[in-house]
Ligand binder design. Structure first.
Ligand code: ADP
Length: 270
């Protein structure tokens, strides 16, 4: 469903991603772990088109025919595979990827941020509607019904007209997750979704993410919560120095790491 090949990214003269290769199957959950500054967030931001990589390709296959990608087809980016529509963005192409390709890439994933990133002057409901209505141009009535159902599901039915500052961190993050779901993405990206939360609020958010994993969402999660990663992830990749050092089954990576760098990282945390 997601294939990343040779992804590279520098900021100025600093090489942050060396050459990232990743594959995530539909309905699978990949946890990215690794030291601070190793490039995990940059990987997510490249997947979501928040950063433009310098080289490599990102391919995301949609479950069903996707009119957005079909619209991008004349640019030579999207091909119908029969089971879904495959979108490949080549960052190494002369002149870089086209705006239309980047827009199609952005449309296929949705990000949940560490600091929630809610619009402070919009209500909870307005925060959720913004992307689907303004960016995706879907009918407001339909999106509102869907948003209310999602907010009810996460226990925020009575907060639809509240502003972010009136909510706890855990409630704000649940809005962040609903906002991502309302975009109907192929891929959910979580960037340390609980690291800004007070310890007593972490459990609720992790439980919600676990429910989404069980429902079959395809997800990439950057996390320091190793116990959570072991429980929820289908696979774990250890990132260090802008490379995937080790990628495998959660139990294997956490309990019997093959690489010395992984061992040292885990040793420091335990
Ligand atoms: P992680 O998520 O593993 O902590 P990041 O992807 O956030 O790592 O950062 C990787 C490296 O890239 C760090 O050295 C960081 O300082 C640098 N970096 C990230 N974003 C930028 C940016 N916009 N400009 C310059 N350097 C950046």
């Amino acid at each position: 469903m997601l294939t990343v090949r040779g992804l590279r990214k520098s900021f100025g003269t600093t090489r942050v991603l060396e050459s990232i290769d990743l594959t995530v199957g539909r309905g699978r959950v990949l946890a990215l772990i690794g030291p601070s500054g190793s490039g995990k967030t940059t990987i997510l931001r490249c997947l979501n088109g928040l950063e433009t990589a310098d080289g490599g390709t990102i391919t995301i296959t949609a479950a069903e025919a996707d009119p957005e990608a079909a619209g991008a087809a004349p640019a030579g980016t999207a091909t119908s595979t029969g089971t879904g529509t495959e979108l490949t963005v080549d960052f190494g192409a002369a002149g870089g990827p086209r705006d239309k390709q980047l827009a199609a890439l952005r449309d296929r994933s949705a990000m949940v941020f560490q600091n929630y990133n809610l619009f402070p002057h919009k209500t909870v409901l307005e925060n959720v509607l913004e992307g689907p209505v303004v960016v995706q141009r879907r009918p407001k009535a339909e999106v509102t019904a869907e948003a209310l159902a999602l907010l009810t599901r996460v226990g925020l039915a009575d907060k639809t007209d509240a502003y972010p500052f009136e909510l706890s961190g855990g409630q704000q993050q649940r809005v962040g997750i609903v906002r991502a779901l309302a975009l109907r993405p192929q891929l959910l990206l979580f960037d340390e979704p609980t690291s800004s939360l007070d310890p007593e609020l972490v459990g609720d958010v992790l439980r919600l993410i676990k429910e989404l994993a069980i429902e079959g969402w395809t997800m990439v999660i950057v996390t320091h919560e190793l116990e959570f990663a072991r429980e929820v992830a289908s696979e774990i990749a250890f990132v260090d120095g802008g490379r995937i050092v080790e990628h495998g089954d959660p139990k294997q990576v956490l309990r019997h790491p093959r690489e010395e760098r992984t061992r040292q990282f885990l040793h420091r945390l335990l």
